[in-house]
Design a protein around this ligand. Structure first.
Ligand code: GLY
Length: 355
């Protein structure tokens, strides 16, 4: 068992992140202990319910099963969760559990943040993306008709419980999308300012077979490295006023790719990796890095079977990137590599992005 902790300035917001590689039946005991003596609502992904519902043993009356897919992250389901909490008469002393991927974590998180002005939240991520990224750091949100994650809150959980055994049954595309975020961490590692030297790029190069075979011990270590990097960033900048922006490496272009293809053709991780490649090309053009580093990055990306995506019209991409909620005025914030595993934020004009 690996016991990490996120230490936010205001002490009452700090929380543990536990990585436990155990059978789901034993893991259920741990969840049982956390909830014991309290009323709670568990928002559970439909897929997890089908595969592990019996082993998790959460009583029907405490469960809200949510269909899978980004399109479920909407106002309608948010309201249904809150209605359910009210029917159950949850009080401020009670809690909400999120058992699933990023969609479940974001929705249950936002419901917990807003129900009675905030009740305790437990994040139990079951996809690689949620384990390495979305369950840690307190971002919660729902999508609106105007865009992704436009309504939300920073709301830190009370505990994050991770078990890589769930990843054994994750479908290949979902596993790959999580790897997109993992690869991102390898290129921003030094900028995360973690005290420990974790050397994720080496780990990804040396252990790629074990990772792709989903060896749970290797995945545990991989998640531990990524979570340590994420914790280091979130502790220094909880609300994305500065350093946390580096976590958006690959995302400015990646979000535009997702939007232009209506969130249907590519997964988030595939779009992010395309964004990372775009950022590396731009950094070479602007003489920020040498070509050898860009080749090395390409090698790592290829190992995890990411192939090139469609090319899109620059004018359209600029328009979409300008609409991104992280954009400021006419300029677009781009995170670019400037050295090995080091990135910096640049404010670029459209003609500096597509020369
Ligand atoms: N996923 C980016 C962040 O948590 O800031």
């Amino acid at each position: 068992m690996v016991d990490l902790s996120v230490n936010i300035k205001e002490e009452e917001k700090s929380y543990p992140v536990v990585i436990e590689n155990s059978e789901i039946i034993d893991f259920a005991e741990k969840i049982f202990k956390i909830t014991s003596g309290r009323n709670y609502l568990a928002v559970v992904s439909e897929k997890i319910e089908k595969l592990y519902g019996k082993q998790l043993k959460i009583p029907q009356k405490n469960k809200f099963v949510l269909k899978d897919g980004e399109k479920e992250k909407n106002f309608k389901n948010y309201k249904k969760i809150l209605d359910c909490a009210q029917r159950m008469k949850l009080t401020r002393a009670d809690m909400m559990l999120a058992i699933g991927g990023g969609v479940v974590g974001d929705m249950a998180g936002f419901a917990a943040a807003t129900y009675m002005r905030g009740i305790d939240l437990v994040q139990i991520p079951t996809t690689l993306l949620a384990c390495v990224d979305s369950s840690v750091g307190g971002k919660t949100a729902i999508d609106t008709d105007y865009g992704k994650n436009l309504v939300g809150a920073f709301y830190q959980p009370k505990i994050v419980l991770i078990n890589p055994v769930f990843l054994k049954t994750l479908d290949d595309r979902q596993f790959k999308t999580g790897m997109g975020e993992v690869i991102k961490y390898s290129f921003i590692e030094k900028s995360c300012k973690c005290e420990e030297d974790l050397n994720l790029t080496n780990f990804l190069s040396e252990k790629y077979q074990q990772i792709l075979n989903r060896d749970t011990k290797t995945l545990s270590k991989l998640i531990e490295i990524c979570v340590k990097l994420k914790i280091s960033v979130v502790e220094k900048d909880e609300k994305e006023n500065g350093l946390r922006r580096i976590l958006n490496f690959g995302h400015t272009y990646g979000h535009a790719v997702e939007k232009i293809t209506n969130y249907k053709k590519y997964t988030h991780g595939e779009a992010v990796v395309e964004g990372i490649k775009f950022a590396f090309n731009l950094a070479v053009k602007r003489n920020l890095i040498d070509k050898n580093y860009a080749f090395l990055a390409e090698d790592v990306i290829k190992k995890y079977n990411f192939s090139p995506l469609l090319k899109f019209k620059p004018e359209k991409m600029v328009e979409l990137m300008r609409l991104d909620k992280k954009a400021i005025s006419e300029k677009i914030i781009f995170i670019l590599p400037v050295d090995y595993s080091t990135v910096e934020a640049f404010e670029l004009k459209p003609d500096e992005i597509f020369e």
